[in-house]
Design a protein around this ligand. Structure first.
Ligand SMILES: C[S@@+](CC[C@H](N)C(=O)[O-])C[C@H]1O[C@@H](n2cnc3c(N)ncnc32)[C@H](O)[C@@H]1O
Length: 356
């Protein structure tokens, strides 16, 4: 592996960008990544696996025409809220009334009926059914996306581990001494969190002159033609275990697909996840082939890949694949950087850049 640099201190500021506990978020690294790309010639850029939008946002800040993409519908809303939207805010009135039933309006009770005792209290489930109904009624798509963003953040922050992979409301409610987590954080009201996160998202909006948009597709279905493509796929660790975003965040995906939700759930499991869908990017046997296809599809663009030193395929294998489509390949080692839940301090951040 050739190393021709290190991830340098940040210059682009992400201070306004909301903090989140989303798995694999590059919030802490986004500015350093963008610094590495700054000297390359590009105007249009695709963040093909956008997640929280941290990297797309850093690129937007420096005036690029950014297309954010993520296959999950809830992430698409985050992209609309923080990347495509330049200036439409969620109003105070909408914020304060999000969990209040409007006279004459009809609300669903799917969350109350389906998730009793699983993630949130009965009262909170009722608040969520109401807030989802009110969010769906917001006419402006950007205001609506901001409300979705605040709902997702509120739901995540109130969860042990910030995930929906287990039915573990008892961790909050049981009268025991806890070795981790913060009961006060979990118990704070949805409305208080919603207000805080909606205000954070409102404050993050920027109009930097670039034409920005958000899309919700499989990365391999995106049309080529971007000057640069940034690639940050689900991480597969050395044990061959990949992060399954569809499973970890199924509850957020369900909220945004509320009408379809009953048909998507796998009721065999106590925590009521969505039925599994094929995840080739999280499969150690197939992800190498996926990278090869992705690189081939975007072969005419500069390719920038965020990676981990212990990922599968290996950094060397990835660099070899990049060289099949790009003349110059740089492998940049980053500082030690741990994901929120990772105890694996030997795994380092790496950035690979392929260009002609
Ligand atoms: C490592 S995370 C990206 C993190 C992001 N760079 C950030 O800073 O938050 C990988 C993302 O890829 C998305 N994803 C998984 N499979 C995908 C696919 N086939 N096409 C597009 N996005 C996909 C997941 O939903 C997840 O948000």
């Amino acid at each position: 592996m050739s190393s021709s640099g290190t991830l340098m201190p940040a210059v682009v500021s992400l201070a306004q960008f909301p903090r989140t506990r989303y798995q694999g978020s590059k919030r802490k690294l986004a500015a350093a990544i963008v610094e590495q790309l700054r000297d390359l010639e590009f105007t249009t850029v695709l963040d093909a696996f956008g997640g929280t939008g941290a990297v797309a946002y850093a690129l937007k800040r420096i005036g690029k025409h950014v297309t954010y993409n993520d296959v999950l519908a809830f992430n698409h809303q985050i992209g609309l809220a923080l990347i495509e939207d330049d200036c439409v805010r969620l109003g105070d009135e909408e914020i304060e009334s999000i969990g209040v039933r409007r006279p004459g309006a009809i609300y669903g009770d799917f969350i109350q009926r389906t998730f009793a005792g699983i993630y949130f209290t009965d009262e909170e489930n009722e608040w969520l059914d109401t807030a989802v109904g009110n969010t769906r009624r917001i006419e402006n798509r950007y205001s609506r996306a901001l409300a979705w963003f605040a709902l997702f953040q509120s739901a995540m922050v109130k969860r042990p581990y910030n995930l929906f992979h287990r039915s573990n409301l008892y961790m909050r409610t049981a009268d025991v001494t806890r070795s981790f987590g913060n009961k006060a954080t979990w118990d704070r009201s949805f409305q208080a969190y919603f207000r805080r996160f909606a205000n954070e998202a409102n404050a993050a909006l920027i109009d930097s002159g670039g034409l920005c948009r958000a899309i919700g597709r499989d990365a391999l279905d995106m049309e080529p033609g971007f000057d640069l493509v940034y690639i940050d796929t689900p991480y597969i660790n050395r044990a061959g275990v990949g992060v399954d975003y569809h499973h970890f965040y199924h509850f957020l995906e369900g909220m945004v697909r509320y009408d379809e939700w009953p048909d998507l759930i796998d009721r065999r499991f106590k925590h009521r996840p969505l039925a599994r869908v094929d995840q080739p990017w999280s499969d150690p046997r197939r992800c190498g082939e996926m990278f090869r296809r992705l690189f081939a599809r975007f072969r005419d663009s500069i390719l920038a890949v965020s990676y981990r030193s212990d990922g599968i395929p290996s950094v060397d294998e990835l660099a070899t694949m990049l060289r099949e489509v790009k003349r110059h390949v740089r492998v940049i080692d980053g500082p030690l950087y741990k994901y929120a839940l990772s105890t694996n301090s030997r795994s380092k951040e790496v950035l690979l850049i392929g260009r002609d």
